[in-house]
Design a protein around this ligand. Structure first.
Ligand code: NAP
Length: 302
């Protein structure tokens, strides 16, 4: 399962799968790609973030994204819709960004303000610029294995596993959570890697009977402490996607102390999936820029 199989027999604590070094490698790759893109096309592609009213958590996330853009040489652009956030105004901003040739990728504040249907976004956002995999076209392409953009968090989960030397083929992967942004796309990506996949959710009976079978366990429930060490198969690799704030501290869904005594490897929270997600988003932006530049060159060729 792991590149170092002896790790499974050691009584020591599980290996920590820190996100920072993986994110740093990804950012270095993106930085080189952005530099090459600028040399070929003469402009810096932008990631636009559509901010809808005021949301403290999104504002914090946005600062991280803008820093990530700066660190890889991409332009990070904030676009604010102030006051009453109507469907018509969101559509109008998205259409404007869709049409801007320098904007390669667009992300939209999540969760959306109350009363705004997600369909306003999924039906307007150009799938070519949908770098966080929200649109039905990208969901379909990812499901069919035809490329497309998977949600960055889902892909970050896979990047962590791959770049930590976990050989996935044939493993039983269990995912706790079936959301469209994490659980389901992670399941698709793990299937593509030839895992046997089980998806659990709130109505799953005897969650522990499933988690104990997992060679790879991905927990994306938003339920702090949901998974404890005794719910794990010894030697499992655990990716804790959950992030909740308790008493001002960010915690995951896995009780890290007990889990680290049973697992072969586990991602920390914070410092695991989060940083890799931001780096994957940057990777998606430069990928989108390349595809769009090729398409506009083809369109301009008589
Ligand atoms: P979500 O839309 O609320 O979905 C949560 C999923 O977990 C649902 O499918 C739910 O089941 C399942 N679930 C919740 N409690 C459960 C329980 N006690 N037993 C079994 N299943 C349970 O959340 P999300 O957007 O997928 O996010 C999940 C977590 O990941 C959150 O903590 C979020 O903050 C975090 N997250 C982190 C990143 C990152 O970059 N690190 C990015 C995105 C999200 P039902 O479908 O039956 O309700």
């Amino acid at each position: 399962m792991l590149a170092d199989p002896g790790a499974l027999d050691r009584p020591a604590r599980g290996r920590l799968l820190a996100g920072a070094p993986i994110a740093a490698d990804l950012r270095a790759e993106v930085r080189a790609a952005v530099e090459a893109f600028r040399g070929r096309h003469g402009y810096t592609p932008a990631l636009a973030a559509l901010v809808l009213g005021r949301s403290e958590p999104f504002a914090r996330y946005l600062q991280q994204i803008l820093r990530a853009c700066a660190s890889v040489g991409l332009e990070g652009r904030e676009v604010h819709v102030e006051g009453r956030v109507s469907a018509a105004r969101v559509r109008a901003e998205l259409c404007r960004l869709n049409a801007d040739p320098h904007v390669a990728g667009i992300i939209v504040q999540q969760p959306l303000p109350r009363g705004l249907s997600p369909r306003v976004v999924t039906e307007t956002l150009d799938p070519a610029k949908d770098v966080d995999g929200l649109t039905p076209l990208n969901t379909g392409l990812v499901t069919l294995g035809y490329g497309g953009f998977a949600p960055a968090t889902a892909e970050a989960t896979l990047e962590i596993l791959r770049r930590s030397g976990v050989s996935l083929e044939g493993l039983h992967a269990v995912i706790v959570g079936r959301s469209h942004v994490v659980g389901r796309p992670v399941a698709q990506l793990l299937l593509r890697e030839h895992c046997t996949v089980t998806i659990c959710h709130r109505r799953t009976r005897e969650l522990v009977s499933h988690t104990r079978q997992a060679d790879v366990l991905v927990v994306a429930a938003g339920a702090p402490g949901l998974v404890t060490g005794e719910m794990l198969k010894p030697g499992a690799v655990v990716v804790d996607v959950g992030t909740s704030v308790i008493d001002g501290r960010i915690v995951g869904d896995v009780e890290s102390e007990s889990a680290a005594r049973v697992a072969a490897a586990i991602t920390p929270v914070p410092g695991g999936v989060g940083p890799v997600t931001n780096a994957v988003l940057m990777q998606h932006v430069i990928r989108a820029a390349e595809v769009q530049a090729r398409a506009s060159r083809r369109a301009a060729t008589p």
